[in-house]
Design a protein. Structure first.
Length: 270
């Protein structure tokens, strides 16, 4: 479903602000897989997700979605394959439109609308039935402006919008990071249900070690723009948050050793 082949991305090349964000990442994600992605700050997690979504063009390598080479496609063209939920609960929706109007936009996304009534009775009833599954009582507030809702409520609705048409690939960019713990837990439960019921291929970036081990069937760890661990199957199922913290410490220790060796060689030969 998703093929990432040896991709590189450097921002501000040749300047003092140069950042090598992606350094030869290769990943193959099968249809129906739920992959969680973790990494240290600056490891390239969000950069990788943005590369997949088409936020920029990679310097080298290729990206394939559902058998299509999308490497040089613009973001709007890739969007027909992708549903995406951002970290900010107030992104991904039209804040001045009602709940019903936002979800009707999601229902007609990419489809010709003509001049007929978009929010007809059948669609409104479908929206009501779908929103009921959230268990938030929002089905009685369809005409409320979505910008008036809490972050958790809005993020749950954004999930519905992103998955309404069952995308080939669902991208979740730390989508609970800005929520309070109770709301985050609620949104994670909704995420699990939607992904499972629709068998969605999912790529989720998270900062939470608990989410990383609890969710999905595969876990990828990045560091300095490279894949340093890729856990799946029984190996992934056995992981605990403390195991991941130990892996992070190993990576940091290796970095310190590499820097010490580099400094030693520099002093010796300069």
């Amino acid at each position: 479903m998703l093929e990432i082949k040896d991709i590189y991305k450097t921002f501000n090349p040749g300047t003092i602000n140069q950042v090598k964000s992606l350094q030869g990442i290769t990943l193959s994600i099968e249809e129906g897989e739920f992959v969680t992605v973790i990494g240290t700050n600056g490891s390239g997690k969000s950069t990788l997700l943005n590369a997949i979504a088409g936020g920029f063009t990679v310097d080298q390598g290729s990206i394939w979605i559902d058998g299509n080479d999308v490497t040089h496609w613009q973001e709007y063209k890739r969007a027909k394959f992708i549903g995406r939920v951002f970290q900010n609960p107030f992104s991904g929706t039209a804040p001045n439109l009602s709940i019903a109007e936002n979800l009707s936009l999601a229902a007609y996304r990419g489809l010709p609308r003509g001049f007929g009534r978009v929010l007809n009775k059948d669609l409104r009833n479908q929206i009501i039935d779908t929103i009921k599954t959230l268990g938030m009582g929002l089905e009685d507030r369809l005409d409320n402006i979505i910008g008036s809702l809490s972050g958790g409520q809005r993020q749950a609705l954004t999930l519905l919008m992103a998955t309404w048409l069952k995308p080939k690939l669902l991208l979740l960019d730390e989508h609970t990071a800005a929520l309070d713990p109770k709301s985050a837990d609620q949104v994670i439960r909704i995420t699990e249900r939607i992904v499972s019921e629709n068998r969605l291929t999912t790529f989720m970036v998270t900062h939470s070690m608990q989410q990383a081990v609890d969710l999905g069937n595969r876990l990828v760890m990045l560091h300095r723009g490279r894949v340093v661990h890729d856990f799946s199957g029984s190996e992934k199922n056995r992981l605990r948050p403390e195991d991941l913290m130990a892996r992070f410490e190993e990576v940091r220790r290796a970095d310190r050793l590499d820097q010490s060796v580099a400094d030693l060689l520099k002093r010796r030969y300069v």
